[in-house]
Each structure stands twice: as structure tokens, then as C-alpha cells.
Write a protein that binds this ligand. Structure first.
Ligand code: C5P
Length: 218
């Protein structure tokens, strides 16, 4: 009961972020981009010169993150980190930070605090399995490695960055392996998750599909 939650989990560049943002917009719900919390922790560690292996120091940082989300911008201790947050290299660092159980624990309460009326769409790797196991609907979004690498490639190019599709595909696969094989909260569908492969679906079609499930559940 309580404030409804729609959980969207899946691998890197599966289109979770776009789908979750569109769902939140259409439902008029709050949005939790949980990956941003791990990314921000990684950036804070980089700034403070803390090693990505130093679990206690990272957990301490995570517990005291001064993050502010305003529209499309993200601030860390007052600094605009919107652009560095989205870098591929930051995603890679986040994946290394996120293997540490103490870091995951430190970010747990912060993630729960996003659950406010009238509802929440939460996007990540363990939204349906660990953080919101009682979510009203759990979607596990996948897409082929080729489709994901191509999307990420187009995203980067459209922002004026340079990119190489083969190294992108290799990076995505490496990150997926690390996310799937970690001991705590590994990437996997919840038992009661609805699986959606969007390799050949438009964003609009994916949104329609999930909204249909949502209406049936509620
Ligand atoms: O989704 P995004 O690419 O922003 O996530 C960055 C990294 O943060 C992921 O590769 C994953 O290792 C970690 N993460 C996680 N649990 C979440 C969200 C992200 O471990 N709920």
C-alpha cells in the first residue's frame, strides 16, 4: 500500500532512463535515477582523491552526498555536475563504486526518500529486487548489445562527443558483466518482473506497453 512505485531495471543503455522519465512525466510522478547517485558518489570520490576500492571512505561519502536535482540539472555540493555525470567514464567508475555493499547501504535511505505522493518511477539495477521489492509494477528492460551500443553511440555523437561503436559495445558488456556478477544486489529481473525487450520498439511503443501494464495493475 501507500505511495505507488513503478520500478524499471535493466542493463546499461537499455533505454531505462528515457523510458522512466517519460513514464514519470505521463503519470505525473516523481523520478528516481538511482544510477545518478552511484555516478555522483564516483565523481565525489574522484574530487576527494578517494580510491574506488576504499569501501569505508566511499560509504562515508555516499552517506553525506549533497545532491540536488533541479529539472534537467544536477548539483553536487553546489557544483553543476550535469555534464560530467553523464560521461561514459563516470558510468564505468559508478559501476566500480557500486560493487561495495557499504556504499549500497549508505544510498538506501536516500533512494527511499524519493517515494513521495502521488507516486514514483524508479530506474536502476535493483529497484524491483532490493530497494522497492513491494513495487506495484516491475519492468525489466533489455535490448540487444548491438541496439544498446548503437543508441549510446548516437547519444554521444548528437552531443558533439566522439565515439567508437566497437569500444562502446565492449565497455557496455564489461559493465553488464560486473553488474550481473557482483555479490550484492546483482543485476537480474525480479521474479515478478515484466520483461520488455525494446531492441525493435520505439520509445513511444515502450511507454504505451508499460502504461498498459500499469493500468491493469492499479
Ligand atoms: O544506470 P547508470 O548507467 O546511470 O548506472 C551507473 C552504474 O551504477 C551501473 O553500471 C551500476 O553499476 C550502478 N547502479 C547500481 N544500482 C542501481 C543503479 C546503478 O549498481 N540501482
Amino acid at each position: 500500500g501507500g505511495v505507488p512505485v513503478l520500478a524499471v531495471d535493466g542493463p546499461t543503455a537499455s533505454g531505462k532512463g528515457t523510458l522512466a522519465a517519460e513514464l514519470a512525466h505521463q503519470l505525473g510522478y516523481h523520478l528516481l535515477d538511482s544510477g545518478a547517485l552511484y555516478r555522483a558518489t564516483a565523481l565525489a570520490a574522484q574530487d576527494a582523491g578517494i580510491s574506488l576500492e576504499d569501501e569505508p571512505a566511499l560509504a562515508e561519502l555516499a552517506a553525506r552526498l549533497e545532491l540536488r536535482f533541479t529539472g534537467h540539472q544536477v548539483f553536487l555540493a553546489g557544483r553543476d555536475i550535469t555534464d560530467p555525470l553523464r560521461l561514459e567514464s563516470t558510468g564505468g567508475m559508478a559501476s566500480r563504486v557500486s560493487v561495495h555493499p557499504a556504499v549500497r547501504k549508505a544510498l538506501h535511505a536516500l533512494q527511499l526518500s524519493f517515494r513521495r505522493a502521488p507516486g514514483l518511477v524508479a530506474d536502476g539495477r535493483d529497484m524491483g529486487t532490493v530497494v522497492f521489492p513491494e513495487a506495484d509494477l516491475k519492468v525489466f528492460l533489455t535490448a540487444s548489445a548491438d541496439a544498446r551500443a548503437e543508441r549510446r553511440y548516437k547519444q554521444l555523437i548528437s552531443k558533439g562527443n566522439s565515439a567508437n561503436i566497437d569500444s562502446l559495445r565492449a565497455d557496455l558488456q564489461m559493465r553488464d558483466e560486473r553488474d550481473k556478477n557482483r555479490a550484492v544486489a546483482p543485476l537480474k529481473p525480479a521474479e515478478d518482473a515484466m520483461l520488455l525487450d525494446n531492441s525493435h520498439l520505439s520509445v513511444e511503443a515502450s511507454v504505451e506497453k508499460v502504461l498498459g501494464w500499469w493500468q491493469q495493475r492499479r
